[in-house]
Design a protein around this ligand. Sequence first.
Ligand code: DGL
Length: 264
Amino acid sequence: MSSSAPIGVFDSGLGGISVARQIAKDMPAEHVLYFGDSANAPYGIKTPEQVRALSFDIVERFVRQGVKAVVIACNTATSAAVNDLREHYDIPIIGMEPALKVACERGDVPSDPHHIPQRVIVAATPLTLRERKFAKLMDRFDSNNTIFKEPCPDLVEIVESGRLGDHDLVMRTLHGYFDQYDMEHIDSVVLGCTHFVFYRDYFRELLPERAAVIDGNEGTVRHLGVVLESLGKLAPEDATGGVELANSDPSERIAELSRKLLNV
Ligand code: DGL
Protein backbone atom coordinates (compact mmCIF):
# COMPACT_ATOMS: atom_id res chain seq x y z
CA MET A 1 0.00 0.00 0.00
CA SER A 2 1.50 3.34 -1.00
CA SER A 3 1.80 6.29 1.39
CA SER A 4 -0.61 8.28 -0.76
CA ALA A 5 -3.39 5.70 -0.27
CA PRO A 6 -6.40 6.97 1.72
CA ILE A 7 -7.22 6.38 5.40
CA GLY A 8 -10.60 4.80 6.15
CA VAL A 9 -12.44 6.39 9.09
CA PHE A 10 -15.80 5.04 10.29
CA ASP A 11 -18.44 5.43 12.94
CA SER A 12 -21.98 4.24 13.61
CA GLY A 13 -23.09 7.53 12.08
CA LEU A 14 -22.10 11.15 12.23
CA GLY A 15 -20.06 11.25 15.46
CA GLY A 16 -16.82 10.16 13.83
CA ILE A 17 -16.95 13.24 11.62
CA SER A 18 -15.50 15.01 14.68
CA VAL A 19 -12.45 12.73 14.26
CA ALA A 20 -12.26 13.18 10.47
CA ARG A 21 -12.31 16.93 11.08
CA GLN A 22 -9.39 16.58 13.50
CA ILE A 23 -7.40 14.56 10.95
CA ALA A 24 -8.07 17.22 8.30
CA LYS A 25 -6.80 19.88 10.73
CA ASP A 26 -3.71 18.06 12.04
CA MET A 27 -2.74 16.00 8.98
CA PRO A 28 -3.92 18.09 6.02
CA ALA A 29 -1.98 16.04 3.45
CA GLU A 30 -3.98 12.88 4.24
CA HIS A 31 -6.89 11.71 2.10
CA VAL A 32 -9.71 10.45 4.35
CA LEU A 33 -12.57 8.22 3.24
CA TYR A 34 -15.25 8.68 5.90
CA PHE A 35 -18.06 6.15 6.27
CA GLY A 36 -20.96 6.80 8.63
CA ASP A 37 -23.34 3.92 9.27
CA SER A 38 -26.37 6.09 10.06
CA ALA A 39 -28.76 3.50 8.57
CA ASN A 40 -27.73 1.21 11.45
CA ALA A 41 -27.16 3.82 14.19
CA PRO A 42 -27.13 3.78 17.12
CA TYR A 43 -24.59 1.06 17.84
CA GLY A 44 -24.52 1.78 21.57
CA ILE A 45 -27.69 -0.15 22.34
CA LYS A 46 -26.88 -3.15 20.11
CA THR A 47 -25.16 -6.38 21.13
CA PRO A 48 -21.36 -6.66 20.70
CA GLU A 49 -21.96 -9.36 18.07
CA GLN A 50 -24.14 -7.05 15.98
CA VAL A 51 -21.63 -4.21 16.21
CA ARG A 52 -18.78 -6.56 15.32
CA ALA A 53 -20.59 -7.78 12.18
CA LEU A 54 -21.35 -4.21 11.05
CA SER A 55 -17.74 -3.14 11.70
CA PHE A 56 -16.37 -6.03 9.63
CA ASP A 57 -18.60 -5.06 6.69
CA ILE A 58 -17.30 -1.50 6.77
CA VAL A 59 -13.64 -2.47 7.06
CA GLU A 60 -14.08 -4.94 4.20
CA ARG A 61 -15.40 -2.06 2.08
CA PHE A 62 -12.38 0.08 3.02
CA VAL A 63 -9.98 -2.72 2.15
CA ARG A 64 -11.59 -3.00 -1.28
CA GLN A 65 -11.05 0.76 -1.65
CA GLY A 66 -7.34 0.27 -0.94
CA VAL A 67 -6.94 2.14 2.37
CA LYS A 68 -3.54 2.15 4.09
CA ALA A 69 -5.07 2.27 7.61
CA VAL A 70 -8.43 2.32 9.37
CA VAL A 71 -9.51 4.57 12.24
CA ILE A 72 -12.48 3.28 14.22
CA ALA A 73 -13.85 6.72 15.09
CA CYS A 74 -16.28 5.10 17.48
CA ASN A 75 -15.64 4.04 21.07
CA THR A 76 -18.50 1.53 20.87
CA ALA A 77 -17.25 -0.28 17.75
CA THR A 78 -13.74 -0.26 19.19
CA SER A 79 -14.93 -2.02 22.37
CA ALA A 80 -16.79 -4.64 20.39
CA ALA A 81 -14.52 -5.23 17.40
CA VAL A 82 -10.98 -3.85 17.54
CA ASN A 83 -9.27 -7.06 18.65
CA ASP A 84 -10.99 -9.23 16.05
CA LEU A 85 -10.39 -6.68 13.29
CA ARG A 86 -6.68 -6.50 14.13
CA GLU A 87 -6.43 -10.27 14.03
CA HIS A 88 -8.13 -10.45 10.67
CA TYR A 89 -6.52 -7.58 8.72
CA ASP A 90 -2.88 -6.71 8.33
CA ILE A 91 -3.30 -2.95 7.91
CA PRO A 92 -3.06 -0.73 11.02
CA ILE A 93 -6.40 -0.42 12.82
CA ILE A 94 -6.53 2.53 15.21
CA GLY A 95 -9.23 2.36 17.88
CA MET A 96 -10.63 4.81 20.39
CA GLU A 97 -11.41 4.57 24.08
CA PRO A 98 -12.72 7.12 26.59
CA ALA A 99 -9.81 9.44 27.54
CA LEU A 100 -9.97 8.48 31.22
CA LYS A 101 -6.18 8.49 31.53
CA VAL A 102 -5.99 12.15 30.51
CA ALA A 103 -8.75 13.00 33.00
CA CYS A 104 -7.09 11.18 35.90
CA GLU A 105 -3.60 12.51 35.15
CA ARG A 106 -4.90 16.01 35.87
CA GLY A 107 -4.45 14.93 39.50
CA ASP A 108 -0.69 14.47 39.06
CA VAL A 109 0.91 17.78 39.99
CA PRO A 110 4.64 17.76 39.14
CA SER A 111 5.57 19.87 42.19
CA ASP A 112 3.60 17.61 44.55
CA PRO A 113 4.37 13.88 44.96
CA HIS A 114 0.76 13.14 46.00
CA HIS A 115 -1.88 12.44 43.40
CA ILE A 116 -4.95 14.61 43.87
CA PRO A 117 -7.90 12.21 43.51
CA GLN A 118 -10.08 13.21 40.59
CA ARG A 119 -13.86 13.02 40.37
CA VAL A 120 -14.59 12.13 36.77
CA ILE A 121 -17.81 11.44 34.88
CA VAL A 122 -17.41 9.26 31.79
CA ALA A 123 -20.26 9.91 29.36
CA ALA A 124 -20.47 7.17 26.73
CA THR A 125 -22.85 4.65 25.18
CA PRO A 126 -24.35 1.82 27.25
CA LEU A 127 -22.34 -0.75 25.27
CA THR A 128 -18.99 1.01 25.76
CA LEU A 129 -19.55 1.29 29.51
CA ARG A 130 -20.65 -2.35 29.81
CA GLU A 131 -17.79 -3.93 27.83
CA ARG A 132 -14.72 -5.63 29.32
CA LYS A 133 -12.42 -3.16 27.60
CA PHE A 134 -13.83 -0.30 29.69
CA ALA A 135 -13.82 -2.38 32.90
CA LYS A 136 -10.09 -2.95 32.36
CA LEU A 137 -9.52 0.77 31.80
CA MET A 138 -11.47 1.60 34.99
CA ASP A 139 -9.38 -0.91 36.96
CA ARG A 140 -6.27 1.11 36.19
CA PHE A 141 -7.67 4.31 37.66
CA ASP A 142 -10.50 3.79 40.11
CA SER A 143 -8.42 3.00 43.18
CA ASN A 144 -7.02 6.57 43.12
CA ASN A 145 -10.00 8.44 41.71
CA THR A 146 -13.79 8.48 41.81
CA ILE A 147 -15.22 7.56 38.43
CA PHE A 148 -18.89 7.77 37.53
CA LYS A 149 -20.21 5.97 34.43
CA GLU A 150 -23.05 7.77 32.69
CA PRO A 151 -24.66 6.18 29.62
CA CYS A 152 -26.23 8.90 27.43
CA PRO A 153 -27.86 7.20 24.41
CA ASP A 154 -30.21 10.12 23.66
CA LEU A 155 -27.24 12.34 22.81
CA VAL A 156 -26.48 10.12 19.81
CA GLU A 157 -30.04 10.37 18.53
CA ILE A 158 -30.07 14.18 18.77
CA VAL A 159 -27.00 14.44 16.50
CA GLU A 160 -28.34 11.89 14.01
CA SER A 161 -31.69 13.68 13.75
CA GLY A 162 -30.04 17.05 13.14
CA ARG A 163 -31.29 18.66 16.35
CA LEU A 164 -27.90 19.60 17.82
CA GLY A 165 -28.77 23.28 17.41
CA ASP A 166 -31.91 22.97 19.56
CA HIS A 167 -30.51 24.53 22.74
CA ASP A 168 -33.58 23.83 24.91
CA LEU A 169 -33.79 20.18 23.89
CA VAL A 170 -30.05 19.61 24.41
CA MET A 171 -29.91 21.32 27.81
CA ARG A 172 -33.04 19.48 28.98
CA THR A 173 -31.48 16.18 27.92
CA LEU A 174 -28.15 16.97 29.59
CA HIS A 175 -29.90 18.02 32.83
CA GLY A 176 -31.82 14.73 32.73
CA TYR A 177 -28.52 12.82 32.80
CA PHE A 178 -26.36 15.06 34.96
CA ASP A 179 -28.54 16.77 37.59
CA GLN A 180 -27.90 13.77 39.87
CA TYR A 181 -24.26 14.96 40.22
CA ASP A 182 -22.95 17.83 42.28
CA MET A 183 -21.16 19.51 39.36
CA GLU A 184 -19.30 21.88 41.70
CA HIS A 185 -17.33 18.83 42.84
CA ILE A 186 -16.67 17.25 39.47
CA ASP A 187 -13.15 17.72 38.05
CA SER A 188 -13.86 16.59 34.51
CA VAL A 189 -16.28 15.01 32.11
CA VAL A 190 -14.85 12.58 29.56
CA LEU A 191 -16.70 12.54 26.24
CA GLY A 192 -16.39 8.81 25.59
CA CYS A 193 -18.44 8.80 22.41
CA THR A 194 -17.46 10.67 19.27
CA HIS A 195 -20.99 12.05 18.86
CA PHE A 196 -20.62 13.82 22.21
CA VAL A 197 -17.65 15.89 21.02
CA PHE A 198 -20.16 18.13 19.22
CA TYR A 199 -21.68 18.97 22.65
CA ARG A 200 -18.53 20.50 24.11
CA ASP A 201 -20.01 24.01 24.48
CA TYR A 202 -23.20 22.66 26.02
CA PHE A 203 -21.18 20.71 28.61
CA ARG A 204 -19.33 23.93 29.42
CA GLU A 205 -22.67 25.46 30.40
CA LEU A 206 -23.20 22.67 32.94
CA LEU A 207 -19.75 22.66 34.48
CA PRO A 208 -17.81 25.09 36.68
CA GLU A 209 -14.93 26.81 34.88
CA ARG A 210 -12.24 24.80 36.67
CA ALA A 211 -13.65 21.49 35.40
CA ALA A 212 -12.39 20.10 32.11
CA VAL A 213 -14.30 18.62 29.19
CA ILE A 214 -12.04 15.97 27.68
CA ASP A 215 -12.26 14.00 24.45
CA GLY A 216 -9.90 11.55 22.80
CA ASN A 217 -9.86 12.98 19.29
CA GLU A 218 -6.53 14.81 19.36
CA GLY A 219 -4.81 11.87 21.05
CA THR A 220 -6.22 9.45 18.50
CA VAL A 221 -5.02 11.54 15.57
CA ARG A 222 -1.58 11.93 17.18
CA HIS A 223 -1.42 8.15 17.55
CA LEU A 224 -2.47 7.70 13.91
CA GLY A 225 0.39 9.99 12.88
CA VAL A 226 2.93 8.06 14.95
CA VAL A 227 1.79 4.71 13.53
CA LEU A 228 1.86 5.91 9.91
CA GLU A 229 5.24 7.56 10.38
CA SER A 230 6.73 4.41 11.89
CA LEU A 231 5.63 2.50 8.77
CA GLY A 232 6.83 5.19 6.37
CA LYS A 233 3.21 5.67 5.29
CA LEU A 234 2.57 9.36 5.99
CA ALA A 235 1.24 11.11 2.88
CA PRO A 236 3.84 13.22 1.06
CA GLU A 237 3.87 16.68 2.68
CA ASP A 238 2.97 18.44 -0.56
CA ALA A 239 -0.09 16.23 -1.17
CA THR A 240 -3.52 17.83 -1.01
CA GLY A 241 -5.66 15.84 1.37
CA GLY A 242 -9.31 16.13 2.26
CA VAL A 243 -12.31 14.22 3.55
CA GLU A 244 -14.71 12.30 1.29
CA LEU A 245 -18.00 11.63 3.04
CA ALA A 246 -20.10 8.49 2.52
CA ASN A 247 -22.99 7.05 4.50
CA SER A 248 -25.17 3.94 4.55
CA ASP A 249 -28.16 6.29 4.70
CA PRO A 250 -28.24 7.72 1.16
CA SER A 251 -30.60 10.62 1.96
CA GLU A 252 -29.71 14.22 1.11
CA ARG A 253 -30.58 15.13 4.73
CA ILE A 254 -27.69 12.99 6.04
CA ALA A 255 -25.31 14.20 3.32
CA GLU A 256 -26.04 17.82 4.17
CA LEU A 257 -25.79 17.25 7.93
CA SER A 258 -22.47 15.45 7.43
CA ARG A 259 -21.03 18.38 5.44
CA LYS A 260 -22.26 20.80 8.08
CA LEU A 261 -20.65 18.83 10.94
CA LEU A 262 -17.37 18.54 9.02
CA ASN A 263 -17.20 22.28 8.68
CA VAL A 264 -18.21 23.46 12.17
N1 DGL B 1 -20.10 7.45 18.10
C1 DGL B 1 -20.12 6.22 18.76
C2 DGL B 1 -19.09 6.13 19.88
O1 DGL B 1 -18.07 6.81 19.83
C3 DGL B 1 -21.37 5.46 19.06
C4 DGL B 1 -22.71 6.07 18.97
C5 DGL B 1 -23.82 5.04 18.82
O2 DGL B 1 -24.08 4.67 17.69
O3 DGL B 1 -24.41 4.61 19.83
O4 DGL B 1 -19.23 5.38 20.80
